[in-house]
Design a binder for this molecule. Structure first.
Ligand code: GCO
Length: 472
């Protein structure tokens, strides 16, 4: 099956600073909250840390060369706030900035459009020491950083994402504490962190647009998405409702608690929940700052929940025993890149990019010296077929960034999880393109989603994962 990806479709790959660069404090850089968090015993699997990572700080030429070989049109990467603004006080570290000049200029000379994420969790430890995302000053400091970046890169960079997944900063960094800075706040504290990030987005977008009126600004969101177990009108409506339900049980990991204020100028309906008084306390002036509508939305989507209508409501459909899962035990649910995308597009109506999608696999170098990863190829073929169907049904999705270009530091999971199209041989930092690298190269070139050149078995958005499953 060939996807419905037009010739203008932006095929890309993604990474983030702390996950690939290493050497955070070299050349005047400052430690981020993740440098600090990695030093806390027991927080990171295998006691891994980001000291070296993929050494992209010294090897960005190799990485951009791989992107050029892959044939992508765009590269989504983040610029470490801690490397550039080590004291979070606006005294810019020119050598840190020079690294990103190299990355941007290498992209441009390779015909690759840079999409800069200005915050992929690289909060300067100095900002954390002054309260981090629990205080408003951090939002103001971030806006100052964003404005400087837009001014510095004007004419070379035209696409920015302000923040990556504020939902994770709240839910993992300040609720469960499994991510840096490892806080476990109450609901009021969690909501305060969300508010400061919403302010950070609004203030930063305004600063970027003031510095470069031609810049296009977005934000990368993640969170709960649902899809109909079977495609009856009742189940589709149930999945839509479940996606945007305003329960106060798991509100932190939802798209709409971030995107409703930013895009619609209001918080989700939370009457009668613990959130109601907190929302009421947000001033109209702050609501106006948060309500800074982006030019585009980034969706980081990996999986979702099947839902079926039941009575006047809905239930999450149980996953059958042995349901397909990734190496990280995440469920494989390609339908989410069809229906989840459609629901988001319906609600926000903005141009969208899939800014992250991919899969962790138990990749290794085989006896023939290659890295064979059929699981990733099958995963991508299914998800891209579903994305193609969403586009066919009117979703305004303009690009897809595979997460990730190379295996990298998977946060509290350390280096044990491999999401890359390129295998990272960590001891020697050798980069080995996997079979999926060549498969994705072909998709970019032809738009064709067949599983492999030899195997013409086509892929459709309705390819079942359960053999006897007779999908309607
Ligand atoms: C996230 C981050 C990425 C992850 C990727 C796989 O969504 O957590 O944006 O940095 O590495 O999503 O978990």
């Amino acid at each position: 099956m060939s996807g419905n990806f037009g010739t203008d479709f932006v095929w890309g790959a993604a990474s983030s600073a702390f996950q690939i660069e290493g050497f955070s404090t070299e050349d005047g850089g400052g430690p981020s909250i993740w440098d600090t968090f990695c030093r806390v015993p027991g927080k990171i699997a295998y006691d891994d840390n980001g000291d070296i990572a993929c050494d992209s700080y010294h090897r960005c030429g190799e990485d951009i060369g791989l992107l050029k070989e892959l044939g992508v049109k765009a590269y989504r990467f983040s610029t470490s706030w801690a490397r550039i603004d080590p004291r979070a006080d606006g005294s810019w570290n020119k050598e840190g900035l020079a690294y990103y000049d190299r990355v941007v200029d290498l992209c441009l000379s390779s015909g690759i459009t840079p999409y800069l994420t200005l915050y992929h969790w690289e909060l300067p430890q100095a900002a954390q020491d002054r309260g981090g995302w629990q205080v408003r000053q951090t939002a103001e400091a971030f806006a100052r950083f964003a404005g400087m970046m837009a001014d510095h890169f004007r004419g070379r960079v035209s696409h920015y994402f302000t923040l990556n997944e504020p939902q994770c900063t709240v839910a993992l960094g300040h609720q469960s504490g499994v991510h840096a800075p490892g806080k476990q706040l109450d609901t009021a504290g969690q909501f305060g962190v969300l508010v400061n990030q919403l302010l950070a987005h609004g203030l930063a977008q305004r600063a970027i647009q003031a510095a470069d009126p031609k810049a296009l600004v977005g934000i990368a969101s993640t969170g709960r998405l649902c899809y109909p177990e079977t495609e009856t009108p009742e189940n589709i409506q149930a999945a839509r409702e479940a996606t945007f339900a305003a329960t106060d049980g798991d509100w932190t990991f939802t798209h709409h608690w971030l995107l409703d204020p930013i895009c619609l100028g209001r918080f989700p309906d939370c009457a009668g929940t613990r959130l109601e008084p907190l929302v009421r306390a947000v001033t109209p002036e702050d609501m106006a700052i948060m309500h800074t509508v982006p030019h585009m939305l980034g969706y980081n989507i990996y999986n979702g929940h099947a839902v079926r209508a039941q009575g006047a409501g809905y239930v999450y459909a149980p996953r059958w025993p042995g349901f397909p899962r990734t190496a990280l035990k995440w469920p494989v649910t390609p339908e989410v890149l069809d229906w989840g995308v459609r629901f988001l597009q319906e609600r926000y109506g903005l141009p969208g990019y899939i800014t992250e999608n991919g899969v962790s696999c138990n990749d290794r170098v085989f006896l023939d010296g290659q890295v064979h990863d059929p699981d990733r190829i099958d995963f991508l073929a299914r998800y891209l077929a579903c994305l193609s169907r969403a586009i066919e049904n009117g979703a305004d999705i303009r690009g897809y960034f595979h997460w990730a270009l190379t295996d990298n530091f998977e946060w509290h999971n350390g280096y044990g999880e491999r999401f890359g199209l390129v295998f990272m041989d960590y001891p020697g930092l050798r980069r080995i393109p996997k079979d999926s690298f060549r498969w994705y190269q072909q998709v970019i070139r032809t738009g064709n989603l067949t599983l492999s050149p030899g195997n013409q078995s086509s892929v459709s958005a309705r390819s079942p994962q359960r053999p006897e499953c007779d999908l309607p």
